[in-house]
Design a protein around this ligand. Structure first.
Ligand code: HEM
Length: 239
């Protein structure tokens, strides 16, 4: 019998037991993409389930419009979170999912706009134009959506190749689109602005990180430029 030794061994074993890898790390990137695709459809499926079970409340059109709007904004922010995730974890695999998440933002945005045009305005284009012109929150929402259109259209590999460096420049439109989307939300809320302020804070953090990284990259480059310039000048004088 070796009770003490057994106890010690057990403690040691526990101390050095490798941390179990999360189950998704054993899935192929393709399977993960399919899984993510299905997960991204859950908010839409939820609306169908609620619709068929009379769970959309007293004003179903408002419920559906608002839910789709919330998911458009959430997908926009999730898409913007991919670059920070890649940088903080050092894992480039996050980038594999960015395009799909961005397209889901556009997809939910399109459904959100369609509910407004169809179920809210009955395609009365005169009223719709008046709304866009007169109600700032609709103006912001519309502009945000229009900015997303070229991004969705050029999200394929062919466009990436054809546009070369301009592709990345064009896709920076996602930043003003996200800002306008948050303003759209802030403007439509009449009393409790907690939710839009939370979205605005998350967006500020995501954009702030980018400004910080851009600044970090600029400062050493400027310093290197300052160091090289006198050296070149003195070489010029010597030469
Ligand atoms: C990127 C584009 C857009 C985003 C991210 C977005 C996001 C949102 C969000 C977060 C809400 C509030 C949801 C809530 O109250 O919980 C909302 C509501 C709404 N949005 Fe949008 N939206 C966008 C574009 C548009 C467009 C293009 C229109 C119409 C032209 C529109 C019309 C509306 C309307 C009518 C409401 C409901 C207002 C109310 O019930 O008081 N949105 N949207």
């Amino acid at each position: 019998m070796r009770p003490v030794e057994t106890g010690v061994m057990a403690a040691k074993d526990m101390a050095f037991r490798p941390v179990a890898a999360p189950f998704w790390s054993r899935l192929s990137p393709r399977t993960l993409k399919v899984l993510l695709f299905v997960v991204c459809l859950v908010p839409l499926a939820r609306l169908f389930v609620l619709g068929f079970s009379h769970g959309l409340g007293a004003n179903p059109i408002e419920f559906v419009t608002r839910s789709l709007g919330t998911w458009t904004l959430s997908f926009l922010l999730i898409t913007l979170a991919i670059t920070p995730l890649r940088r903080f974890t050092g894992q480039g695999q996050w980038l594999r999912y960015r395009r799909m998440l961005g397209l889901f933002a556009f997809f939910y945005g399109m459904l959100h706009l369609t509910t407004y045009l169809w179920l809210d305005q009955f395609f009365d284009w005169g009223d719709i134009l008046k709304d866009i012109y007169k109600r700032p929150f609709i103006t912001f929402g519309m502009t945000a959506f229009l900015l997303l259109v070229p991004l969705a259209v050029t999200s394929n590999d062919r466009s990436v190749r054809a546009l070369k460096r301009n592709w990345a420049r064009l896709h920076k439109l996602v930043y003003p689109a996200a800002i306008l989307a948050v303003l759209h939300y802030y403007w439509l809320v009449k009393l409790d602005v907690t939710q839009p302020v939370i979205y605005a804070s998350v967006l500020s953090l995501l954009l702030g990180l980018r400004v910080w990284w851009w600044w970090q990259k600029r400062v050493p480059a400027a310093k290197a430029g300052n160091a090289v310039a006198p050296a070149l000048a003195s070489r010029g004088r010597q030469g």
